[in-house]
Design a protein. Sequence first.
Lengths: 283, 297, 455
Amino acid sequence: MEKAIRRYWPVFVLPTLAAFIIGFLWPFLWGIYLSFCQFQTVNKVKPVGFSNYMKVFADPTFVHAFWFTALFTVASTLIINLAAFGVALLLTRKIKGTNLFRTVFFMPNLIGGIVLGYIWQSLLNGLLSKWGWPLLALSEKEGFWGLIILMAWQQIGYMMIIYIAGLQNVSPELIEAAQIDGATAAQTLVRIKVPMVMPSITICSFLTLTNSFKLFDQNLSLTNGEPAKNTQMLAMNIYDTFYSRSGPQWKGIGQAKAVIFFLVVVVISLIQLRFTKSREVQA
Amino acid sequence: MMAAANDSMSPNSRAQALAKRKERTNNVITGILSVVLVLWIYPVFMIIANSLKIESAISTDRIFRLPLGEDFAGLANYVYGVTKMDFLSAFWYSLFITVTSVALILLCCSMCAWYISRSGNALGRIMYLLCVFSMVVPFQMVMFTLAKTADTLKLNTPYNICIVYLGFGAGLAVFMFTGFMKSMPVEIEEAAMIDGCSPLQIFFRVVMPITKPTTISTAILETMWVWNDYLLPTLVLDIKKYRTIPMDIQYFRGSYGSVQMGPMMACIVITIVPVILLYLFAQKYIIEGVVAGAVKG
Amino acid sequence: MNRKLVSAVLGAAMASTVLAGCGSTASAPAAQTEETAAEEETAAGEETADTAEAGAESAAGKVYYLNFKPEADEHWQSLAAAYTEETGVPVTVVTAASGEYETTLQSEIAKSDAPTLFQVNGPVGLANWKDYCYDLTGSDIVGNLTSDAYALKNDEGAIAGVAYVIESYGIITNKALLEKAGYSVDDIQSFDDLKKVADDIQARADELGVKGAFASTGMDASSDWRFKTHLANLPIYYEYQEDGIDRADAIKGSYLDNYKNVFDLYITDSTCDPAELSAKTADDARNEFLNGEAVFYQNGSWEYGSLSDKYSDDELAMIPIYFGVNDAKEGLCTGTENYWCVNAEAAPEDIQATLDFMNWCVSSETGTKVMAEDMGFTIPFTTAQESPNVFVKQDAEMTAAGKTPVSWNFTTMPSENWKNGVGSALTAYAAGTGDWEAVKAAFVDGWASEYAMMQ
């Protein structure tokens, strides 16, 4: 059978492969090359060696965006997963209206990032002005928490669904047995439920981690980097360098930033993969 | 407290007391969650309310007011947003791009994934590795060069941008399909082959029906991505002629030298209401799809 | 027949149906492309010049204009349509959102179908785009210029851009409301006068039925350019005057205190709480002025179109932004930051078509009429028609009365990035979350570091 299938590769693989080369592979390799060049459009490309990379690290906005993104990623991953897990626990207690809660909590996921940002910008600015606090565009701290609230609103429902599925797989007999043995609710949670849903925890933390780290749309529409680029995350900082700054030197720097960004994401993914693998061995 | 009282009770009444206690806690939980529920819906409600208000009543200090009395604008914002910003064509382009891209991704990637999981040769392995790799790469890495490539190949209209989406979205889809197909028993396919089916027949008659759950999961994930995507169409599409919904909404800010909050709110409502309705009807599939997708991914 | 052959035939048949299926999905959209393109043409008439025509006319060239002025978008669309109707040359006009011109130009210029006509804001903008500017020396449009000063030359002396509009800005005043408060425009001859009048109006706001003396100093991206760019021109202008220069790699900020005084006045005697300014848009300010909620409104002659619907010419005046330096001689801020450049990388026939279009706009009856009446522009060409714009007339009157127009030096600001830095600092200062020192730092240090980065 293998042989027969191999003969059909132009039908099975070629369309995807061709699109993949156009949509990913070629732009990716070209992008790496351009990160060593000075260019404004691709008609005038001048290789400059590593100088773009030197300039990236001398750019305070990039360094700031890096730490802002890192902090945001950690905070949002923790908050979203704790909240989602908590809600999932409550919703697996067979309470009234479980379906309604599940439906509504998941809903924000369907709304796109740009739209979400504008909805929350209006809402948060309204609240802030009611309390007499500075508006979103004025305070880095508020921008940070605004983004966290927005992400929590959007993502808790999604993660909750995954946790509920995990919790439903925990066998009721096991929990009953534990209860007969006199285990308290807290003990059943820590000793039985959490270890049993470990795969879901890994998946959810990975999803929130990468979503937060690569965040762009919400950042653009909620704060647009204000005040003074202080709430710019990495993806937006790269976009800003690329398209908002004129002058021939910036595109190369932007592309170099993108390569660095890519490498960081690869490192995070590798760590994640390691972590998942080692868990699987234990289990 | 209860434990002390329990000693004197019969096992039967003890169970009753426990059940009662559980019910009471559950009622409290329902109460708390109901409050959260209201908070969860409020942003959407607020947008709908504001879309019915006049422009000057949407300022920060009046955003929480209901569209009553002199603030009420009727459907004026909707009419303006739809006519002036050509919102319907944006809606159509978004819809067309999403449908064609997702259909193309599902067809091509499931075929490719089957090849990967059954051929066992180097081409399949390389393809798989590349796809997994592409999932990690952030869009910013390729945005400039991808826009240029698509422009050179004239893939800059809503009618063929699906090829770009196939290329950039192939990673996730191929990964999910391959994961599922590798776990499928080969025996059925081999039996079909012995019966004289060609690989194409086997794929469409045997493999496709079995992969239906994964197809649904992938379709949902890819739809949510393409429908809401902002940066890729902004950079790739020919902006002289085409704008998708997210682009249109972003364009409300600052186009014609002003920010038109009213029409913007109206268009947001037009954008999210069909999606929410669709979700309410197809809820079961969407939620199951998400779960299945997450477990595979 | 043996089994193998049957399966081979079947396979081939299957493959062909699948391929045919692929073929039809690929060709159907292609067919639709033309269909919808045609539809669009009829449906969206204002979108003008579609590419359907471009195919037939490609030999004659086509024009793609990336317009900078959102407020004039509608008129450019109709002017382009008129040109296409007259000559058959397709003209596409795309308007970038406010504050997004540079971003849009950056991404559009990289495309194969790049803008053939774009604009730079002056010498600094030119430095960034000089590789893309076609040499306009000897072209018809340059020949039509009223003065050589309106031609933007690059370092080699070639004409890289031509100014196509001269504009003025100042403080637009609602004369009726001012009179109601017991003053006339003539009472305001200096910064101190302005402050006295504004403070008084602010104090009696309820009695006069206004919300404040000045319309909101909105710092949203749609409005903040009025302060981070236009108002910031004045300290730069006076510093250049003092030093006798017209450009600098470093600025001292000698007149930043005056800048602070005017800005303080704007945000104190205002229709709204300074803490809310970051979310106030250009529309908000304009609406306040239109609704008679504010007496003063800093903006320019380009606003005439939207104000003249509500107010007659007698009700409007534009007074200089008195800066407390040389108030007796100070006129309106008059100049240009709009230089047309032709994309040197465009196809030769497109360049020619673009040159023709530009010249037609500033010399034909239709073109000059739309530019003067609908857009309210004063254009620096010998063929210009007189603009009915009352602010333009007032500028001429003031110059005739011996006042010196303040030139537009913000074209020498180092970058958009610098302006954004100043804007953010001003917003924070207004809201009380930042101090004036931060504005100074963004102004003076930011200037030096941005210029250093250009080297």
